[in-house]
Design a protein around this ligand. Structure first.
Ligand code: N01
Length: 503
């Protein structure tokens, strides 16, 4: 893999482009690759960071790794026979994304340091006017691949701003900060925390884990990939494809438990309970770590070292709830004050109120966030009525907690590419989905969400918005989403040919 970033693009004044893509994570990068594969060159990827990779570029905390096997968590059109482990770590995934971007010639289309601050549809010109921190541009089509787990959520804890030590969000890790010998507080017990705590616990003086809700944790079957297997993958790509298919199928079975028959998840719950009992001997600690909601309601975590780490003599699980932060300590509601040098916020992301939604405004001048005030609605997670020539990747209800997001992303790529093809073939300057299609899709999501473990599992989570609606997860088998997005549902769109006036 490369260490220097290959040459990228700059924005010159008055720049016009066919397709502007926001973000270069798996989704934006995937679209750029597919466009390059089709020989397209009239597109730009606007990236606020200084390299491709999205969440895999940003999340560099100790222990960062993916909990989906790499054979599945990678582009089907860019298989990597050389994954060193079944579950890759952040540096390996980031290297894969960089290599893939370079191999497919995407870097010359990337503008780095270009954070989109506003994008508005100019109905007269039939163009998107896009403002970025690296300059402005005009685009015929705008694709937002800005990510759902991209913007840190900072907790509203009294006194946090007065803390004299270091505060780090898990997704904004400061590699220059040495935790050795420090008294560290980790707030949160989600997927990020269960990786950070085992990685830092051996080196710190003490680690206090502030747990609001105990997660369900199952064993992690991670191991090095044998050189023989890698040789087979290199010579016989079909073998790797078969492994990928098997992993996909095994994970898809989980949907039965999450969305259809919650009882089907009971064996997984049993596995998690046994895991806890084996790894935590102390009955009091075990009780504190025992979840009180149905497994699957929040993301199921996989870890072999979380329970041992929080059981270590220098670790403490604090369940009392934080009352306030003082300059050198954290005080819990039971009145206990714990001296603290560094606070790690493993508190997740702004998922149901996406910052990018406040920056994109449609035909009537309202932003996506304003239009979505009652809940995020789309057609197929990919298009929004009133926002012509806008497509979303990893938009509302495209998330999955049990399998690879890359599968969902590739489904959407097919859809967006078909939309672009349709526009070219029919000579359309404007393509816009209808409110009726959007309403039908909202109903489909609501119906399929009914009775799912995310709504009925007795937990609160970022899967649900403030109205209690599932606006983040795809509530069904993922192959059904693929079927829905295989082609553009042309009947659900109004197209305006170049030259013609709408209405
Ligand atoms: O964030 P989270 P994350 N006071 O939102 C707690 C992906 N991911 O970064 O459960 C106290 O899940 C909150 O408590 P509660 C994956 O999709 C994948 O860990 O709300 N606590 C919770 O414990 C994942 O789902 C991987 O009661 C507060 C935690 O902070 C998603 O990213 C690795 C609080 C937040 O958990 C997000 O995971 C990492 C407050 N004010 C991430 N506010 C892998 O593939 C929040 N919390 C392995």
């Amino acid at each position: 893999s490369t260490t220097t970033t290959p040459a990228s693009a700059q924005l010159s004044p008055g720049r016009e482009v066919g397709v502007a893509v926001i973000g270069s994570g798996f989704a934006g990068l995937g679209l750029a690759i597919r466009l390059r594969q089709r020989g397209e060159t009239d597109f730009l990827v606007l990236e606020r960071g200084h390299d491709v990779g999205g969440t895999w570029r940003d999340n560099t905390y100790p222990g960062a790794a993916c909990d989906v096997q790499s054979n599945l968590y990678s582009f089907s059109f860019a298989p990597n026979p050389d994954w060193p482990r079944t579950y890759s770590r952040q540096p390996e995934i980031q290297a894969y994304l960089r290599d893939t971007a370079e191999r497919f010639g995407v870097y010359p289309h990337c503008v780095f340091g270009a954070e989109v601050t506003a994008a508005s549809w100019d109905d007269e010109a039939r163009r998107w006017r896009v403002r970025t921190t690296a300059g402005d541009l005009t685009a015929r089509v705008l694709v937002s691949a800005a990510g759902a787990l991209a913007d840190p959520a900072y907790p509203d804890i009294p006194g946090l701003g007065s803390f004299a030590g270091t505060v780090m969000h898990s997704a904004r890790w400061d590699a220059g900060h040495d935790l050795a010998g420090e008294q560290v507080a980790v707030i949160g017990t989600g997927a990020s925390a269960v990786q950070i705590v085992p990685a830092v616990q051996p080196q710190v003086a003490s680690v206090a884990v502030y747990q609001r809700t105990p997660p369900w944790v199952v064993p992690r079957g991670d191991r090095p990939v044998k050189p023989a297997a890698r040789r087979v993958y290199r010579r016989l790509p079909a073998a790797q494809k078969a492994v990928r298919g098997a992993l996909y199928a095994a994970r898809e079975v989980l949907v039965v438990g999450m969305a259809k028959q919650r009882r089907a998840l009971r064996p997984v719950g049993k596995l998690a309970r046994t895991h806890l009992e084996r790894q935590v001997r102390d009955p009091q600690l075990r009780a504190a770590l025992t979840p009180d909601y149905t497994i699957g309601c929040k993301r199921i975590l996989i870890s072999n070292d979380w329970y041992p780490a929080v059981s270590a003599p220098n670790a403490e699980v604090v369940t009392a709830g934080i009352a306030e932060v003082r300059p050198h300590s954290i005080v819990t509601r039971d009145g206990v004050e714990r001296p603290t040098d560094t606070i790690v916020l493993a508190t997740g992301f702004a998922v149901t109120d996406l910052p990018i939604a406040h920056r994109i405004s449609g035909r009537d001048g309202r932003t996506l966030a304003q239009v979505w005030d009652d809940g995020m609605v789309t057609n197929r997670g990919s298009a929004v009525a009133g926002f012509p020539n806008l497509f979303l990747l990893v938009g509302p209800n495209v998330g999955v907690g049990h399998t690879s997001m890359v599968y969902m992303i590739e489904s959407q790529l097919a859809y967006v590419l078909d939309a672009l093809r349709t526009m070219a073939e029919e000579g359309l300057e404007v393509l816009e989905t209808t409110p009726q299609a959007q309403e039908a899709y909202r109903q489909l999501i609501a119906e399929r969400s009914q009775g799912t473990v995310w709504l009925a599992g007795g937990c609160g989570s970022w899967y649900l918005d403030r109205h209690g609606h599932n606006t983040t997860l795809w509530p069904d088998f993922t192959f059904r989403f693929r079927r829905l997005t295989r082609r553009l549902d042309r009947e659900n769109y109004v197209g305006t040919p170049a030259g013609a006036r709408a209405g």
